[in-house]
Design a protein around this ligand. Structure first.
Ligand SMILES: O=C(O)CCC(=O)C(=O)O
Ligand SMILES: [Mn+2]
Length: 199
């Protein structure tokens, strides 16, 4: 694997994109395995006072105590799946950052999505370093500075996107729906919970 500084595609000084972090074969194997072995759930979230079903499936894994709260949801970590733990260690040695948790999102088809948001919850600290691994169907990831036009980046099978520095303060991101007839995509965002969320 090439060293970090040689291969990345810098989208902004706070975003770094590595298109082929994992090989195609390994990525395909992990996609199948995570789809059948992670404990997927569809949760209700509350946005601007309205409660809706999340348009995707999620699962939260991490060290004991790595609790995460967003949009009215409180997620208690499941204990690490061995393949997630292996991937976490691989990403840690590549990025030289530590993670104690991962949010897995499964987008079953083009109608599953994620709305505009920043990962700026208090428990992640002021400048979180987030490593986002994509498996399966390619999807467009949108990024916008508050009040400005958005730009897009295609997140490929086996790619790793790093969000760091003041990325979450400056930008919002989203994964829009698509009319293309596509299948499953799984995204894993490795994070460090630094402060306990209230229960
Ligand atoms: O699926 C993606 O690429 C984005 C996931 C994301 O933004 C999140 O989990 O906070
Ligand atoms: Mn996010």
């Amino acid at each position: 694997m090439p060293p970090l500084q040689e291969s990345p595609f810098l989208v902004d000084d706070c975003l770094e994109y590595h298109p082929a972090f994992l090989g195609q074969k390994e990525s395909g194997h992990l996609l199948d395995r995570f789809w059948s072995e992670l404990e997927w759930e569809q949760e209700d979230i509350t946005i601007f006072g309205r409660t809706v079903r999340q348009p995707r499936l999620i699962s939260w894994y991490g060290d004991p105590g790595a609790r995460y709260a967003y949009s009215g949801l409180v997620l208690e970590p499941r204990s690490w799946h061995p393949a997630l733990l292996k991937l976490k260690r691989q990403i840690e040695s590549f990025t030289r950052h530590r993670f104690n948790s991962v949010l897995a999102n499964a987008y079953r088809d083009g109608s599953d999505s994620m709305g505009w948001h920043s990962d700026d919850e208090k428990e992640l600290g002021p400048k979180p370093f987030i490593a986002s691994l994509s498996l399966g169907e390619e999807r467009r990831f949108l990024l916008r500075q508050k009040g400005r036009k958005s730009s897009g980046l295609l997140l490929e099978h086996g790619s790793l996107l790093l969000m760091k520095g003041d990325c979450q303060q400056r930008f919002q991101h989203a994964l829009p729906k698509t009319r293309r007839k596509i299948g499953l995509r799984i995204n894993l965002t490795f994070r460090e919970i630094r402060y306990q969320a209230p229960v």
